[in-house]
Design a protein around this ligand. Structure first.
Ligand SMILES: Cc1cc2nc3c(=O)[nH]c(=O)nc-3n(C[C@H](O)[C@H](O)[C@H](O)COP(=O)(O)O)c2cc1C
Length: 215
């Protein structure tokens, strides 16, 4: 039987045990920045023994936020994220960043732009109609994921978790109920999966660097 307290391999990472703190947006990101409260929240989980803690939903672009005060990847957010990963590593745990774009359920009102969806649809989160994503939108959001992953590495994260649920951008394309497109991103499952499976566009070499265990 698997022992939950035994170390485990996760891709290139060695985790000290088999417990991972899941992403649960805590609302501790006033100004869309890491706060001391958020650092203490994750430090405490690390001190409590989890192998890896996940920093909840960090939007790859400002229009992908579900709340205005939600971290989105930009230079101003980097010092706080670095302080957070340092605090987690000091307790011997690894840190993961959850990245994604909320697409159809982004908060179009507080973001100031309507959410983007595979097809025009009603967004119950902001009580607005969304806009059907253009090919340029899909390319922008895909590249923003790659950029966010690179920034996460720079901020000291050991892993990134791509948000692929909750009707967010990538998962909404998978759903035939939401995705009514007639182009190469709609119809068959293979077409609907293209956003979720999009290869990272021209990642810099540093993007492949990873530590074998948290420092
Ligand atoms: C307050 C709250 C915030 C959450 N935020 C996120 C989030 O940012 N990203 C995410 O993927 N899931 C989020 N979730 C879902 C939790 O991660 C999910 O409930 C957790 O994985 C536990 O799953 P379980 O209830 O099936 O065990 C959130 C849940 C709650 C209650």
């Amino acid at each position: 039987m698997t022992d939950i307290f035994e170390p485990a391999r996760l891709g290139p990472l060695t985790l000290r045990n088999r417990t991972i703190k899941a992403a649960t947006f805590e609302g501790m990101t006033k100004g869309a920045l890491v706060t001391d409260d958020l650092i203490e929240f994750h430090r405490a989980h690390a001190a409590g023994g989890v192998a890896m803690t996940t920093v909840a939903y960090c939007a790859v672009a400002p229009d992908g936020r579900t709340e205005y005060d939600q971290i989105h990847w930009r230079p101003e957010a980097m010092p706080g994220l670095r302080r957070l990963t340092d605090a987690v590593h000091a307790e011997g745990a690894a840190a993961s960043a959850q990245i994604g774009h909320a697409g159809p359920v982004a908060n179009g009102r507080s973001n100031g732009v309507p959410g983007i969806a595979p097809s025009k649809s009603f967004n119950p989160m902001s009580m607005q109609m969304t806009r059907a994503a253009t090919r340029a939108d899909i390319e922008r959001v895909t590249k923003a994921h790659a950029n966010a992953a690179l920034m996460a590495i720079e901020a000291g994260f050991d892993a990134v978790e791509i948000h692929l649920g909750h009707n967010y951008f990538a998962s909404s394309f998978l759903s035939p109920k939401i995705n009514k497109r007639t182009d190469e991103y709609g119809g068959s499952l293979a077409n609907r999966a293209k956003v979720a499976l999009a290869p990272a566009p021209s990642a810099r070499p540093s993007a492949t660097a990873s530590r074998s265990s948290p420092s």
